[in-house]
Design a protein around this ligand. Sequence first.
Ligand code: FAD
Length: 319
Amino acid sequence: MNTVTPAHKDDAAPAHEYSAGGNGAVLYDAVVIGGSYAGLSAAMQLARARQRVAVIDAGLRRNRYAAASHGFLGQDGRPPEAIASEGRAQLLAYPNAQWREDSAVHAQKEGGGFLVRGASGASLRARCLVLATGVRDELPDIPGLAERWGRHVFHCPYCHGYELEQGPVGVLAVSELSLHQALMLPDWGPTTLFLNEVFEPDAGQSAQLRARGARIVRGRVARLDGTADVVMQDGTVHALAGLFVATRVRPGGLPAQLGCALEDGPMGPFVRTDAMKATTVPGVFACGDVARPAGSVALAVGDGAMAGAATHRSLMFGL
Ligand SMILES: Cc1cc2nc3c(=O)[nH]c(=O)nc-3n(C[C@H](O)[C@H](O)[C@H](O)COP(=O)(O)OP(=O)(O)OC[C@H]3O[C@@H](n4cnc5c(N)ncnc54)[C@H](O)[C@@H]3O)c2cc1C
């Protein structure tokens, strides 16, 4: 693992001097897996509580395809990477926080705590774990769609709808769930729902769409062209300012390795947590997109703050 040396604020012992476990792995109070908005926020609470915390991060934030992040108060319109790197710099100013560029490939209970192994071969031991690993989006397999993801094709109108300047928008149906997006989007621009032979709205759903002013286009979508133009298989082209699509999301393998219960969300499974962001496995907390049915940067930061404080409570009182 590559270790980034923090800018020390005071002369407290640096984390690499912490006691090693039997197998040589460094022991931390908490290891946070995932160093984006949720993980950084959790680690910040723990660092400020003077706990020894390490963050392992593979550097693949979910919003890395977008040029700007919207809707997070105080950071509206900033590049996603700028928000994350400022958070990282603020965290690493605490001498009891460490950063590991690595991908955690295995996590398990060991003794009274946990052992995390990275793809680099390095291992870390922790009294508590925070999962902040986000989710992976699975996009529909339509030529031209993946290249436009985050630039002209989006899943969340709150994040990127305003910038489309009330131009024509489309919803690509992936299931009946897409009806929900098609009913929302008329507030952002004239809306067309492309059914793509995925489902057929019933009479009630068609009436709802009409009442919201959303148009329906039947037939198969062949590809995307131009900005976000939808080209049908019969050659018809629908010029759009932006296209919205609900992705399937995957939480990665670590929650299952640790035995954390999952819940089914409309977009895919997520880690079940209580109001304090505790998972069903004592000592393991989860925050951000991996532990909610739908997320945003602001929600990830809020979840992370709760998970960090709850992890500290668990370290103090064993709750
Ligand atoms: C295209 C797009 C645009 C978006 N735009 C906006 C927007 O404008 N505003 C907004 O509020 N939200 C936006 N979102 C949603 C936002 O990206 C997420 O809600 C937010 O990133 C969730 O933060 P997180 O910390 O939970 O997860 P992420 O930001 O996804 O970070 C997870 C981190 O964990 C790391 N990780 C995962 N597994 C491992 C592992 N095994 N070992 C080590 N590290 C690991 C990843 O590499 C990554 O760095 C957008 C999403 C997408 C897809």
